[in-house]
Design a protein around this ligand. Structure first.
Ligand SMILES: Nc1ncnc2c1ncn2[C@@H]1O[C@H](COP(=O)(O)OP(=O)(O)OP(=O)(O)O)[C@@H](O)[C@H]1O
Length: 353
């Protein structure tokens, strides 16, 4: 499949510090990418560079087979056919919904303008609000106007910086699904930045995890969750808890038992001195009435998935743990001692330095 967006070896240096470093990324037409990473890792810088608001120091950006940035070329932002939606939507408060959506297509004949506006407002369920002013709308409605305005010029690529952060949680999921459906309908490629990994699962086809200006992993959200490629990715996405382990004779030894392990399984960060096993809450079994206790409750909270517990090991040493996370319907007391065991067919072991 040919790429709608292809980024090669993109680096950005601002005031002598490297903000983005040799980034490679490509998206097919119609694909939606969710970009996550700790605050300050360079997500907004990447969007601004693609949009043409920042000049990279190195690298190539190609949109739909046309090089827009390389050593000798730099296409101005307004010529890139990229739609951008900022966190605060940047709508014109004194204009109506319709006038906001018309903003980027005023060069088109009036009939074509009206046709596009009506179509977008209908899809985004805004038709009845077309004559309303922006300040009369809710956050979710304003968000939809921002999407309609960005899509009206039929951009090749849509960039959204934390588009859902101002929307209340109840409406957010519904709105995300609606907008995803719309983007799929018009086959628009999009990149959105978020701090919330759940938004990526709902909204995106691909996920990119960034840290300190580098791309750590780029794949489908499901693959990243099942096979995070580093300790850093698994830890940032909080995919489970860390259980110190030792590797020997094709086995992973932990304080909760020994698991079979072979070389075909991923060992990430090889050569490090310390190893840890990634344990998802669903991979832990709890027996509260066992006499072979090996852990005790250190923390309890109530959640939708039952009680959330943190356990620590009963013995100290290299393999001891302090914060193993597990959800259960069972009621346990603080400091209660229990037996924990792991059920993992493919242990994910990471070198953690
Ligand atoms: N114009 C600039 N000049 C110098 N440094 C900058 C400039 N703009 C951003 N930075 C720095 O670049 C780094 C990345 O910033 P950026 O806004 O891209 O991060 P981010 O991942 O989007 O963060 P957040 O999630 O907090 O929005 C930060 O350390 C920031 O201070």
């Amino acid at each position: 499949m040919s790429s709608l967006l292809s980024i090669k070896q993109l680096s950005v240096v601002l005031q002598n510090s490297t903000i983005l470093s040799k980034l490679d990324l490509s998206l097919a037409q119609g694909e939606i990418l969710g970009l996550v990473g700790a605050s300050g890792c360079g997500k907004t810088t990447l969007l601004n560079t693609i949009a043409g608001f920042l000049k990279p120091s190195q690298g190539v950006i190609d949109i739909d087979g046309n090089v827009i940035v390389d050593e000798s070329r730099y296409l101005a932002a307004e010529k890139r056919h990229i739609g951008v939606i900022f966190q605060d939507y940047a709508l014109f408060p004194h204009l109506t919904v319709k006038a906001n959506v018309a903003f980027g297509i005023s060069h088109l004949p009036k009939t074509e303008q009206n046709q596009r506006i009506e179509q977008l407002l209908a899809i985004l369920k805004l038709s009845e609000l077309s004559e309303s002013h922006i300040h009369q709308l809710s956050g979710g409605q304003q968000q939809r106007v921002a999407i309609a305005r960005a899509l009206a010029p039929q951009p090749k690529l849509l960039l959204l910086d934390e588009p859902f952060s101002n929307i209340d949680a109840r409406l957010r999921n519904e709105l995300m699904l609606e907008i995803r459906q719309l983007l799929k309908q018009v086959n628009t490629t999009a990149i959105f930045v978020t701090h919330n990994k759940d938004e990526v699962f709902t909204f995106a086809d691909k996920m990119a995890v960034m840290a300190e200006g580098k791309l750590l992993q780029f794949d489908s959200p499901a693959t990243i969750c099942q096979q995070p490629n580093s300790y850093q990715v698994a830890d940032f996405l909080q995919l489970g808890s860390w259980l110190p382990c030792q590797l020997s004779n094709n086995e992973v030894k932990t304080l909760l038992g020994v698991l079979p392990y072979n070389n075909e399984q991923s060992l990430l960060g090889e050569g490090e001195h310390k190893y840890s096993l990634l344990v998802k809450p669903s991979q832990l079994n709890l027996q509260s009435d066992s006499v072979k206790v090996n852990a005790q409750v250190e923390y309890v909270s109530v959640t939708e998935q039952g009680y959330h517990y943190h356990f620590s090991s009963l013995v100290d040493g290299d393999l001891s743990f302090t914060k193993l996370s597990l959800y259960s319907e069972e009621v346990l007391e603080l400091k209660q001692q229990v037996e924990l065991s792991i059920n993992s067919h493919k242990p994910l072991v990471y070198g953690i330095g």
